[in-house]
Design a protein. Structure first.
Length: 105
């Protein structure tokens, strides 16, 4: 399950504004490769929507079936909010809805 935690106003390449929903998964414990200490985190991603701001506010807190899948990408620096540690990542997380059952004839 993932939960809609927030929304953000963004602009597309043409300058048109749209609403992106911030999704968050369950809490996970991850071990730092540098310090060996564990920290709590949750996978997050954002997805675009066709909602207006008022609708986006109303759906915050809604849970949806699905999961996050790892997607490889160009490497980038990421600062862990809890510790300030900067790490290099070469992946991002994308939302994948639960597979819908296929009706058999």
């Amino acid at each position: 399950m993932v939960t809609i935690k927030n929304y953000h106003l963004r602009e597309n390449k043409d300058g048109k504004q749209f609403v992106a929903l911030e999704l968050q998964g369950d809490v996970e414990l991850v071990q730092s490769m540098e310090t060996g200490r564990f920290y709590a985190t949750a996978r997050r991603c954002s997805i675009s929507s066709t909602f207006d701001e008022e609708t986006a506010k109303k759906v915050i807190g809604t849970s949806m079936p699905g999961k996050f899948v790892r997607q490889e990408c160009d490497s980038y620096d990421f600062a862990i909010p809890e510790s300030g540690e900067v790490i290099k990542l070469a992946h991002r997380w994308e939302y994948q809805p639960e597979e819908m059952p296929v009706d058999k004839p």
